[in-house]
Design a protein around this ligand. Structure first.
Ligand code: ZN
Length: 319
């Protein structure tokens, strides 16, 4: 038996967040090279400022500026940083209580070894060279044993407020295809679409499952499917998004291949989006052979065959 296939997959999107007046004020401060805290009803200064008072639950509206120097209250060594962490070399995550604050802030401390970190050490913010109103405006903390003790001061005007941040979110993983999926992708690499038939209920699944979802029977009978099918349902994509390869509006549809009992999702192109309809007969359009790999993207899209629409009864059980 041949080995199963696997491929690296990256899922990523930019998460856009409105900061609101409290965190927005904190981020605006960072842009200006100042650290903003909030004073709670109990008189404690917390950095970053909380949006609501932890005791009274009222909106917090008493803001102060604290120093960019402080004291380490706890730490943890990071010997092998991963992508996206504040530093690309070993560092310490530290809790720092900034001068003028009563609660610690977590951030990175740039030192070469754990021997150079201790609870109680004095540190200072290392500001980013270019500040934009994000937590990354603090590059990290650095040792500052001689730093004088600062205190909380009145918060002056910060200028144009920061109202939003864009946070890219990315997940990298290795996708391991099942033996059945591996057969499917190997067939796709040869220009064929295969499914598997359940020996109990006779339903044909594409791409093949390891077992019939209806009755749990392992699906071992391989069948080659037609490259024509019927649109069972669809949506018109009007919203642009990052990484989009086709200009909206375009249609993403469930196509029930002839001989299959389950529809699969693909693009319907080569006609105006508003002309796509349920029951429309379509056929697979393959990319040039030299571009093929073990990927569903070998099929560029589906296009109308020009046949009369399928009767609703022929696909109504597969919606
Ligand atoms: Zn079955």
């Amino acid at each position: 038996m041949s080995r199963t296939l696997s491929a690296p997959v990256t899922v990523a999107f930019d998460y856009t967040r409105s900061t609101g007046p409290v965190l927005g004020r904190f981020l605006t401060g960072l842009r200006e090279g100042r650290v903003v805290g909030g004073r709670t009803s109990e008189g404690r200064v917390v950095v970053p400022p909380p949006e609501y008072d932890p005791v009274t639950h009222r909106q917090l509206d008493d803001f102060v500026e604290v120093a960019d120097t402080g004291t380490v209250t706890s730490w943890s060594w990071v010997p092998e940083p991963v992508a996206g962490q504040p530093l690309d070399r070993p560092f310490a995550f530290v809790l720092v209580t900034l001068d003028g604050a009563d609660a610690p802030l977590v951030h990175a401390l740039d030192v070469g070894s754990p021997a150079e970190v201790r609870t109680g050490m004095r540190v200072r913010v290392r500001w980013a060279e270019e500040r934009v109103g994000a937590i990354t405006d603090i590059s990290c903390f650095e040792p500052a044993e001689d730093a004088a003790t600062g205190s909380a001061t009145e918060l002056g005007d910060l200028g144009e407020p920061v109202t939003g941040v864009v946070t890219p979110v990315e997940l990298d993983y290795q996708y391991a295809a099942s033996p059945e999926e591996s057969s499917f992708y190997r067939a796709i690499a040869e220009g064929r679409i295969i499914g598997q038939r359940c020996p109990t209920c006779g339903k044909v699944y594409v791409p093949p499952r390891s077992a019939c979802p209806a009755d749990g029977t392992p699906t071992t009978d391989e069948v080659e499917l037609s490259q024509t099918g019927t649109v069972t349902t669809f949506c018109i994509v009007n919203v642009p998004f990052l990484g989009q390869r086709i200009k909206p509006p375009y249609v993403s549809a469930y196509v029930l291949l002839d001989g299959a009992d389950i529809a699969f999702l693909h693009l319907i192109l080569d006609l105006p989006a508003e002309e796509v309809r349920m029951g429309m007969r379509v056929e697979a359009v393959w990319k040039p052979r030299e571009e093929w790999g073990t990927t569903i993207e070998n099929i560029s899209h589906f296009r109308p065959t020009g046949e009369p629409d399928a009767d609703y009864d022929t696909y109504k059980h597969h919606l």
